[in-house]
Ligand binder design. Structure first.
Ligand SMILES: [Zn+2]
Length: 185
């Protein structure tokens, strides 16, 4: 395979990446922090503007005008309080059958939010979808895995039974008195 043949594919990949790059953020917006960083620097960041980026997971909990959305990145998950309308605009939430939309959230970090029962949260004032979610196909349903495992166990049992049978049919020492036995001469 030549480099020339690869080039169009790479160009397409670059275009796809460009499409996934989020819209330019406001200059004053901090860069996204990992959830673990927020947790580790909770005392320092309390009441300050932060940003995080991750997958919307679970299901939104809508309460009056606001909604809880859990955002998960590779390091952890954090509850984000956002407008109910914003939450309704999230097309897909992560679950067994789907990868949720990736959100870039900016807002105020609360180490122990007085408004929300002392939980750690972020009150979002800006939420954008940086990558759409997608359904996840599971080619082998869980039930079939169990069935395959059961069949494998049955097969293993059959092999063990055959092995035992083979041993029964194996060569034996001749009984005493027969030619070739230890006591004959
Ligand atoms: Zn709160």
């Amino acid at each position: 395979m030549s480099r020339v043949a690869l080039a169009p594919g790479m160009a397409a990949a670059a275009l796809l990446l460009a499409a996934l790059v989020p819209a330019p953020a406001f200059a004053e917006d901090p860069p996204p922090s990992a959830v673990t960083d927020l947790v580790e620097r909770a005392a320092e960041l309390d009441g300050r503007r932060v940003a995080l980026e991750g997958e919307a997971i679970g299901s939104p909990m809508i309460r009056d005008s606001g909604a809880w959305v859990n955002i998960a990145d590779r390091s952890g998950a954090l509850g984000v309080w956002m407008g109910a309308e914003t939450a309704r605009g999230i097309a897909r939430f992560g679950s067994y059958g789907a990868v949720g939309d990736t959100l870039r959230v900016t807002g105020v970090f609360h180490r122990a939010c007085a408004e929300h029962g002392g939980d750690m949260d972020v009150h979002a004032d800006g939420t954008i979808v940086t990558a759409p979610g997608r359904p996840v196909a599971h080619p082998v349903p869980a039930g079939r895995v169990v069935a395959a495992l059961a069949l494998a166990l049955v097969a293993a049992g059959a092999v063990a039974a055959l092995a035992a049978f083979g041993q029964d049919r194996g060569p034996r020492t001749p009984p005493p008195g027969y030619p070739g036995s230890a006591k004959s001469s």
